[in-house]
Ligand binder design. Structure first.
Ligand code: NAD
Length: 487
């Protein structure tokens, strides 16, 4: 396969081949570690999306009639090829996104392969219900049929990982797909097209169009015959997509932003909590929707935690993504860095907030134009401040003490978001109460980001609608039809 060392012209993947955008409009692709343009991607328009749709349509329903064994075999081959090209994909992801290469190698790309392997197996186990109407001589059975052509739109923070989290269940269930990765991180999606061809995925089953949200993305969500949209991204974009898609009665899955609480009680296993809290605060430069950006600590251990946490944060190395000892790489783009720094500046002016460490841009020798930022810890004295209410999505967390269960539960739930929550305690009664009362789609107790792909994934309130993962995803990507037979 092609290497990613020189300037790359990314093309759309339509009907199994690579095509220029019809309008010949291109967008620069920037390397966040040094701020340099290192390639171009198409800014696809309605015509390109229509071509992708027609390719997908021409493969449906044929693909949905392909045996489960055959579909499974192709998905497994894609997983294998991703694994055998791990280095190529990891380097490409790290360069495109700014994340440490080690993270791309150990998390992003292996997880993308797992997504295909998981749904290759899951589809062979996907069953539907039957209901015997006893006393009425009738039997009902439920079909779960592929929808047709579906749209998958993903963000930049975990580029291939989240792109494949949608594509794998969509095609496993027999749909044909028009997919768009983030314009900020297009490269691994581009490489995926080549892998799909090598794995024997029939032409047109997966089509990947590149471009901006308001051109390419908009054309996908507006398309009258793309019948379902699976979207991961910001809450504002999710609301916009819902507004366009709802009057057309499209099926919608929306995985949106978060402002997740990390609640620490004095009775927790302190070292395990401290290690995980460093990760849950700053992994992937804090650019994971599940990061615990609001840390609440029981008052009796607050000062100890504050000192230990800050000492550990100061040890984190901000560096070039390809260096082995880098803990924190570059933020994804210049506008995003600016946005995160504006939050830090606003905290400096807010009498409710004090910067305890970090807060400054980092200039790295030989990479002076890269988008590096110190990991930042802000002490707040109320949950009702901008830092605690708005998603920052960078290496920035707040810390604040609490006195009792009721107080912290109220604060944990007091944001517009409801994606995930983390609880550190060894008290069973408290665990049961919090897991019941926390307003979140995912609650971790004494761990963080432990994922079993069979479990439902998604948020409540402004964090989204619907669930991904396991059979939930296969249900989303199928239409339910009940058949009643009287005998
Ligand atoms: P974004 O909403 O700006 O973009 C996401 C995708 O939507 C991109 O591909 C973009 O091009 C596309 N898009 C933008 N406007 C569109 C439009 N009008 N029509 C169709 N598509 C459009 O989000 P982002 O900045 O790429 O990602 C960061 C956000 O994603 C954060 O809010 C983060 O919390 C969220 N996120 C959520 C989850 C989750 O599972 N809940 C996971 C990862 C990221």
């Amino acid at each position: 396969m092609a290497t990613t060392s020189k300037s790359i012209l990314i093309k759309n993947y339509i009907n199994g081949s690579f095509q220029n955008p019809t309008s010949n409009q291109w967008i620069d692709n920037i390397n966040p570690s040094n701020g340099e343009v290192y390639g171009q991607i198409p800014n696809s328009n309605k015509i390109d999306v229509e071509q992708a749709y027609l390719a997908a349509k021409s493969s449906f329903p044929k693909w949905s009639q392909t045996s489960l064994e055959q579909r499974s075999k192709i998905l497994l081959a894609i997983a294998d090829l991703l694994e055998s090209n791990l280095d190529l994909f990891a380097k490409a992801e790290s360069k495109d996104n700014g994340k440490p290469l080690e993270l791309a190698k150990t998390i992003d790309i292996p997880r993308a392969a797992s997504n295909f392997r998981f749904f290759a197996n899951a589809i062979t186990q996907f069953a539907s219900e039957s209901h015997e109407s006893v006393g009425h001589s009738a039997i009902n059975y439920t079909l779960r049929q592929a929808i047709g052509v579906v749209g998958c739109i993903s963000p930049w923070n975990l580029p291939l990982y989240l792109f494949t989290w949608k594509i794998a269940p969509a095609i496993a269930a027999g749909n044909c797909v028009v997919a768009k990765p983030s314009e900020v991180t297009p490269i691994t999606a581009y490489l995926l097209g080549k892998i799909c061809n090598d794995a024997g995925l029939p032409k047109g089953v997966l089509n990947i169009v590149h471009g901006l949200g308001n051109t390419t993305g908009q054309a996908i969500i507006e398309h009258p015959n793309i019948k379902a949209i699976s979207f991961t991204g910001g809450t504002k974009t999710g609301a916009h997509i819902a507004k366009i898609a709802a009057p057309m009665f499209k099926k919608l899955s929306l995985e949106l932003g978060g402002k997740n609480p990390n609640i620490i009680f004095a009775d927790c296993d302190y070292e395990a909590m401290l290690n995980s809290t460093i990760r849950s605060s700053f992994a992937n430069q804090g650019q994971i929707c599940l990061c615990g950006s609001r840390i609440f600590v029981e008052a009796s251990i607050y000062n100890t935690f504050k000192n230990d946490f800050i000492a550990r944060v100061k040890q984190l190395k901000v560096g070039h993504p390809s260096e082995k000892d880098t803990n924190i790489g570059a933020l994804v783009s210049k506008p995003h860095l600016k946005n995160v720094m504006q939050y830090i500046d606003s905290a400096k002016k807010d009498h409710n907030a004090t910067i305890l460490c970090g807060g400054k841009q980092v200039v790295i020798k030989n990479y002076e134009n890269g988008y590096y930022l110190e990991p930042t810890v802000i002490e707040v004295n109320t949950n009702q401040c901008k830092i605690n209410q708005e998603e920052i999505f960078g290496p920035v967390v707040s810390i604040m003490p609490f006195n009792n269960e009721d107080e912290v539960l109220q604060m944990a739930n007091d944001t517009p978001y409801g994606l995930s929550a983390t609880l550190w305690t060894n008290n069973l009664q408290r665990t049961m109460r919090f897991t019941n009362e926390l307003q979140a789609g995912i609650v971790w107790v004494n761990t963080w980001l432990m994922r079993d792909l069979r479990t439902p994934f998604g948020g409540v309130k402004h964090s989204g609608v619907g669930r991904e993962g396991g059979f939930e995803a296969l249900r989303f990507f199928t239409e339910t039809k009940n058949v009643c037979i009287k005998y």
